[in-house]
Design a protein around this ligand. Structure first.
Ligand code: GLU
Length: 253
């Protein structure tokens, strides 16, 4: 299987912005093992800005764009250093790919990206993709890594996109407020009722960023690719996902 795995900032870091070492070590180990078992993997990793905050010992996330871009420049290096170190332990080679929206909107540039991606996979490398936050201002940015994950999955002709986040999947209500909310295991069509479950675009904390996740799901489904939303706190679940077990919410493409 060709699987694109998207790791959110909350999966990779503690609330301090510093690396969640135990979890990231386990993620890299499981992904290395899945590659050893013959799966082709692409990693879409967030966390550049958070790692920049941690590395520079800042206490709060800044709001101005130049500082965020500077932090991404610092944090992206740190992120790749960690991935290079951990995947090297299992003899896997990482390759950094940084994109902006314009790189995938323009047909010629998109083809260049695809050619590189396919060649990296042929060579057995593990592409690690993020938005090029240091130059991606609002006008040219993809904007969020759920959407970037879907763009990558579609362009990589992946079988599956896995969004690893801080929520188990899509629920019938907000599980943080409503204990009787139930996990929806399968979605075959994104109906207006399903869209309504995501809540407002602004309620990021309450819904785990479900709006962007549903948009990503629609992009994958349109391209015939499945997508899973699952909790990144259990890296070993990737084995079950690769084995076809039911985990989180699966959107069928
Ligand atoms: N590209 C951002 C970062 O690396 C994350 C964007 C997102 O997670 O949606 O910090």
């Amino acid at each position: 299987m060709r699987i694109v795995i998207k790791l959110g900032t909350s999966t990779l870091t503690h609330g301090t912005g510093k690396l969640n070492i135990r979890r990231v070590e386990l993620l890299c180990k499981v992904m290395s093992d899945l590659k050893n078992a013959g799966h082709e993997l692409v990693l879409v990793s967030s966390g550049a800005i958070a790692m920049g905050i941690g590395k520079l010992n800042m206490t709060r996330k800044p709001t101005d764009i130049p500082t965020k871009q500077a932090l991404a420049a610092v944090g992206q290096c740190e992120l790749m250093y960690i991935y290079d170190k951990l995947f090297s332990e299992y003899h896997h080679t990482v390759a950094q790919v940084l994109l902006t929206g314009t790189d995938v909107e323009d047909a010629h540039r998109r083809m260049n990206f695809q050619n590189t991606l396919f060649r990296l996979l042929d060579l057995g490398a593990l592409p690690v993709i993020n938005e090029n936050d240091t130059v991606a201002t609002a006008e040219i940015a993809v904007g969020d890594n759920d959407t970037l994950g879907a763009i990558v999955a579609v362009n990589a002709h992946a079988d599956l996109l896995v969004l690893m986040s801080d929520i188990e999947g899509l629920y019938t209500g907000d599980p943080r407020q409503n204990p009787s909310a139930e996990l929806i295991e399968e979605v075959r069509t994104i109906t207006p009722e399903i869209l309504a479950l995501a809540g407002d675009a602004g309620s990021e904390l309450g819904t785990g960023g479900m709006v962007t996740k549903l948009r990503a799901a629609q992009m994958c489904m349109d391209a015939g690719c499945d997508m899973i939303i699952t909790n990144g706190a259990r890296p070993e679940d990737l084995y079950k996902i690769a084995g076809g077990e039911r985990i989180g919410t699966r959107f069928f493409g």
